[in-house]
Design a protein around this ligand. Sequence first.
Ligand SMILES: *[C@@H]1O[C@H](CO)[C@@H](O)[C@H](O)[C@H]1NC(C)=O
Ligand SMILES: *[C@@H]1O[C@H](CO)[C@@H](O)[C@H](O)[C@H]1NC(C)=O
Ligand SMILES: *[C@@H]1O[C@H](CO)[C@@H](O)[C@H](O)[C@H]1NC(C)=O
Ligand SMILES: *[C@@H]1O[C@H](CO)[C@@H](O)[C@H](O)[C@H]1NC(C)=O
Ligand SMILES: *[C@@H]1O[C@H](CO)[C@@H](O)[C@H](O)[C@H]1NC(C)=O
Ligand SMILES: *[C@@H]1O[C@H](CO)[C@@H](O)[C@H](O)[C@H]1NC(C)=O
Ligand SMILES: *[C@@H]1O[C@H](CO)[C@@H](O)[C@H](O)[C@H]1NC(C)=O
Ligand SMILES: *[C@@H]1O[C@H](CO)[C@@H](O)[C@H](O)[C@H]1NC(C)=O
Length: 442
Amino acid sequence: MWLREMEPNHSPAFLSLFLVASMWCYLADCYDPLDPNGNITITYDIQTWTTRGYVGRVTVQNYYQFRHVEEPGWKLGWTWTRGEVIWSMSGAFATEQGNCSLFKFDTPHSCEESPVILDFMSEASMENKSEGCCRSGVLSAWAVDPSKSFSSFEISVGSIDEDGNEQPPTNITLMAPGPGYTCSPFLVAHPTVSSLIDGKRQVQVFRTWKSTCTYSIFVDNKTPLCCVSLSAFYNPSITPCPTCSCGCRKANKSSVQCSRDEYQLSTTDSATNLSLVRCSDHMCPVRVHWHVKTNYINHWRVKLTVSNYNYGRNYSNWNILVQHPAFSQSTEAFSFNSSQLPSFRFGDELALFWGIEFYNTELVQSTESNVGYVTTEILLEKDLESFTLSNGWALPRRVYFNGDDCQMPLPDTFPMLPNGSYKQRLSLFLPILPLFFNLLFW
Ligand SMILES: *[C@@H]1O[C@H](CO)[C@@H](O)[C@H](O)[C@H]1NC(C)=O
Ligand SMILES: *[C@@H]1O[C@H](CO)[C@@H](O)[C@H](O)[C@H]1NC(C)=O
Ligand SMILES: *[C@@H]1O[C@H](CO)[C@@H](O)[C@H](O)[C@H]1NC(C)=O
Ligand SMILES: *[C@@H]1O[C@H](CO)[C@@H](O)[C@H](O)[C@H]1NC(C)=O
Ligand SMILES: *[C@@H]1O[C@H](CO)[C@@H](O)[C@H](O)[C@H]1NC(C)=O
Ligand SMILES: *[C@@H]1O[C@H](CO)[C@@H](O)[C@H](O)[C@H]1NC(C)=O
Ligand SMILES: *[C@@H]1O[C@H](CO)[C@@H](O)[C@H](O)[C@H]1NC(C)=O
Ligand SMILES: *[C@@H]1O[C@H](CO)[C@@H](O)[C@H](O)[C@H]1NC(C)=O
């Protein structure tokens, strides 16, 4: 029996972190404090009236700074209230045609009362393309690439209303790609304006409705995706990751699961995924390791490594958000693309890292012999007023992977400065440490 015994001091650590996270959620009405304005907005524009209804354009815009919509993409659903049908669509399609037997001469695209709409794959034939479509429903995070953060499609709707008194559909659902999003009803908004003739003429649509969808980890009901481990040149011990789960798969593919009752979380859909995670001390699908590597006179250097412990899952266009006060100073990441984000009321600065195109945007899966990883060194300028190696100041406050909050070790387990006269001495000593650090990864 391989089943890993939980070290007794791990459970309380995990539990208290979990409680902190959930209280934030309930008190703050479940928005993410690091991205309080994040949402996915669905805009429904009526562009023209037709003899049998209207032509509209629907835009799904991801305003989340660091949460993207990944393969297999978004899935949008709603319920018509007045027996509308979709005559035709371009840039997306309804999954079911439904019962169109009332229409004898011209068959609508979909007669479903509650259609479910998907984006086309990029290979869709040109005639069915429309502006902003056809990326398999994949949306970039806003801070990474706003130009790929939306999808848009055109819809021709048959409506019995001759008086232009159309009502928006209700019960909007967004799977992006799984559950986790809750959408508001469509509300009347200021008509969408676009410009023509090089911006010299503004035109507006007849009517605009908007729905806002927000993500909640509690609605998504999934086990933690990632964890953070820490080390520093001044201490030979590595602070391990808190555990995410207690299930994993042995290299020989005999899959194993166990109950997570002790964490008061449901195991429903995660149980199957756990069996695809490589066994490790933490049993998290993803580990982020922060190593304080060097202390120079005016700078300090960190090595950031993200490891993928999944056997059957690559993360395309991954991103990492790190909260650390030092990011207010100039920061250079050598092998990742990066940008600073506004930190709102939480004081500490936020830096977002993502892969460099054609180099490391893909965080590949693990194999029996290797763990897939991406890594960079980061050179941070010192603010001599605040910089210190003591009290774990040099370690990150929070880390997110693809928008999900990672499990942080408790502060009392952080690597400590050794006792004695040692006080922020410039350290180019401890030559065994690189070796030690290497052992961690290879
Ligand atoms: C959705 O996000 C946008 C961009 O951050 C923001 O302007 C808008 O107010 C948000 N909508 C809601 C309802 O919070
Ligand atoms: C399809 O709709 C028609 C008209 O509403 C109805 O008479 C017929 O029974 C429906 N067919 C099925 C298979 O539901
Ligand atoms: C493209 O649209 C046309 C007409 O709307 C339709 O007949 C055709 O099946 C569509 N092609 C694809 C690949 O969906
Ligand atoms: C919308 O969903 C609610 C709850 O699922 C349901 O009670 C209601 O009947 C639905 N409305 C329509 C128009 O389908
Ligand atoms: C897989 O590993 C388990 C536990 O280590 C062992 O009991 C089982 O026989 C192994 N299966 C194969 C096919 O090697
Ligand atoms: C992940 O990427 C590797 C290398 O590109 C590829 O061989 C593998 O099939 C991919 N796995 C999945 C699940 O797509
Ligand atoms: C980094 O991101 C910026 C903004 O998305 C982009 O313009 C730039 O090309 C990226 N650089 C690399 C090396 O990917
Ligand atoms: C460091 O000093 C503290 C108090 O001064 C003491 O409790 C602790 O045991 C010391 N640690 C080591 C490793 O000597």
